[in-house]
Design a protein around this ligand. Structure first.
Ligand code: ADP
Length: 398
C-alpha cells in the first residue's frame, strides 16, 4: 500500500510517497513560494535525479496538481497512475481538545478543524487548504489527519492548566496543548526498540531541537509534560522564538516601543530566540562558527539555549522521578555535537553521563551515554512522515 504524506505551510507544501509494505520512501519533494512569484516544485523519486518544476501556482490546489503530475510522470515519476496512491495522511498542527489521536477525515472532522482555526490561526488554515485541495483532486482516496497536539492529550490537567482565571480556559480553551507530538512519539517508540525494552516500562525525556524546539516527558509511552504551550511560543529559547518570559515584559515592550499586537507577535515569534540574542542568525551552524571566532553574543545565545534545555531536563526528571532515556532529535539535536555536550554538562549528578567520544556523531541513530544503566542518552533522527504514514495505514486498514 502506498501512502502520500502532505504537510502544508502557508506558502509551502512538503510531501512524501511511502510504500508501507517495506516503509520505503518512493518519492519526496517540496513546493515553495505558493501564491508568490517564482513558485517551484523540487521533486525527487528515489534512485533518480532531482527535478525542479518552475510554474506559477496561485494556490495549494495548483501546487498539489503539479505534485500529483510529478509523481506519475513517465520520466521522473514514482508510480504510473494516481490509483497507486491508496491513502493520504495530512499533518495538522492543532487538534485542540477534540483530537487525542489521528482520525479519518470526514465532513464532521472538517468542521471541527475549522473550529480549531482560532487556536492556530497561522498553521491550521494552510493545513485545511491542503486537505481541501486533496479532496477535490482525489475524491475517492481515504484521508487521515494526524495532529501535532494529539500525543499530548494525555498530559494531566494539573500540568496543562495555567494559573489564570479558570473561566478563560472554559471560555477560550486557554491551556497547554503542546506540539511536535508526532516527533516525540516516533523517537520514544524508536528508543524503546533500540534499548529492547517495553515502552510501557520506560521514563523518557525527548528533546526535539530544531528551529522550533520542545522537550517532552514521556512516561510509559504517554506524554505527561511538554515545554510548548497554548502556542509553540512557550518553553525553550528557539531559533527566532523567545520561549518562556516574564509575561509582564510583553505589555512593557509594547508600550515602550509603541507596538501593535501584530508587531509584538512578530517580535516574540520571529525576532527573538538565539537570533535576537546574537543579532547574527537563527542557524546553529552560523552561531557555533561565530562563537568559535570569538563573537560573545553568539556564545551567549548558545549558552542561553543550552541552559534552558538543561533546566527542562532537570524539571522533567522531577516530574518522572527517574529517567531511563534522554533523546536528542531534529536538526540541532541530531547534528550538533557541541550543543549536546553543553546541555549534558553538569547533569552527571542526576545520572546523565555523556560519553564525549560517542557523542561525535551526526544524523544517525546512536547511544552516546557512557552506559545505559542509569540514563541512556540517544541520538535518534526523527521521522514525522513515517509516523503519519503508520497512523494513516492503521486507520484506513480498519
Ligand atoms: P525545523 O524543521 O524546525 O525547521 P530542523 O529540525 O530542520 O528545523 O532544524 C534546523 C536547525 O538545525 C537549523 O536551524 C540549524 O540550526 C540546525 N542544524 C542543522 N545541521 C546542523 C549542524 N551540523 N550543526 C549544528 N546545527 C545544525
Amino acid at each position: 500500500m502506498n501512502i502520500l504524506i502532505i504537510n502544508c505551510g502557508s506558502s509551502s507544501l512538503k510531501y512524501q510517497l511511502i510504500n508501507m509494505d517495506n516503509e520505503e520512501v518512493l518519492a519526496k519533494g517540496l513546493v515553495e513560494r505558493i501564491g508568490i512569484e517564482g513558485s517551484q516544485v523540487k521533486h525527487t523519486t528515489t534512485g533518480k535525479e532531482e527535478v525542479i518544476i518552475k510554474e506559477t501556482m496561485n494556490d495549494h490546489r495548483k501546487a498539489l496538481e503539479l505534485v500529483l503530475n510529478a509523481l506519475i510522470d513517465s520520466n521522473y515519476g514514482a508510480i504510473s497512475s494516481m490509483d497507486e496512491i491508496n491513502a493520504v495522511g495530512h499533518r495538522v498542527v492543532h487538534g485542540g481538545e477534540r483530537f487525542a489521536s489521528s482520525v479519518v477525515i470526514d465532513d464532521e472532522v472538517m468542521e471541527a478543524l475549522h473550529d480549531c482555526i482560532d487556536l492556530a490561526p497561522l498553521h491550521n488554515p494552510p493545513n485545511i487548504m491542503g486537505i481541501e485541495a486533496c479532496k477535490e483532486l482525489m475524491p475517492n482516496t481515504p484521508m487521515v489527519g494526524v495532529f501535532d497536539t494529539a500525543f499530548h492529550q494525555t498530559i494531566p490537567m494539573a500540568n496543562y492548566i495555567y494559573p489564570l482565571p479558570y473561566e478563560l480556559y472554559e471560555k477560550y480553551g486557554i491551556r497547554k496543548y503542546g506540539f511536535h507530538g508526532t516527533s516525540h512519539k516516533y523517537v520514544a517508540i524508536r528508543a524503546a526498540e533500540i534499548l529492547d525494552k517495553d515502552i510501557r516500562d520506560l521514563n523518557i525525556i525527548s528533546c526535539h531541537l530544531g528551529n522550533g524546539a520542545s522537550v517532552c516527558a514521556i512516561q510509559g509511552g504517554k506524554s505527561v509534560e511538554t515545554s510548548m504551550g497554548f502556542t509553540p511560543l512557550e518553553g525553550l529559547a528557539m531559533g527566532t522564538r523567545s520561549g518562556d518570559l516574564d509575561p509582564a515584559i510583553i505589555p512593557f515592550i509594547m508600550e515602550k516601543e509603541n507596538l501593535t499586537f501584530d508587531e509584538a507577535n512578530e517580535l516574540f515569534n520571529k525576532k527573538s530566540g538565539v537570533l535576537g540574542i546574537s543579532g547574527i542568525s537563527s542557524d546553529f551552524r552560523d552561531l557555533e562558527e561565530a562563537a568559535e571566532a570569538g563573537n560573545k553574543r553568539a556564545q551567549l545565545a548558545l549558552d542561553v539555549f543550552a541552559n534552558r534545555v538543561r533546566k527542562y531536563i532537570g524539571a522533567y526528571t522531577a516530574v518522572m522521578c527517574d529517567v531511563d532515556a534522554l533523546i536528542f532529535t531534529a536538526g540541532i539535536g541530531e547534528n550538533s555535537v557541541y550543543i549536546r555536550e553543553k546541555i549534558c554538562e553538569g547533569l552527571e549528578c542526576i545520572g546523565i553521563m555523556l560519553d564525549k567520544e560517542r557523542n561525535k556523531v551526526r544524523g544517525k541513530e546512536s547511544i552516546i551515554s557512557r552506559s545505559i544503566i542509569s540514563t541512556a542518552i540517544l541520538v535518534i533522527p526523527t521521522n514525522e512522515e513515517l509516523m503519519i504514514a503508520r497512523d494513516t495505514l492503521e486507520l484506513v486498514s480498519k
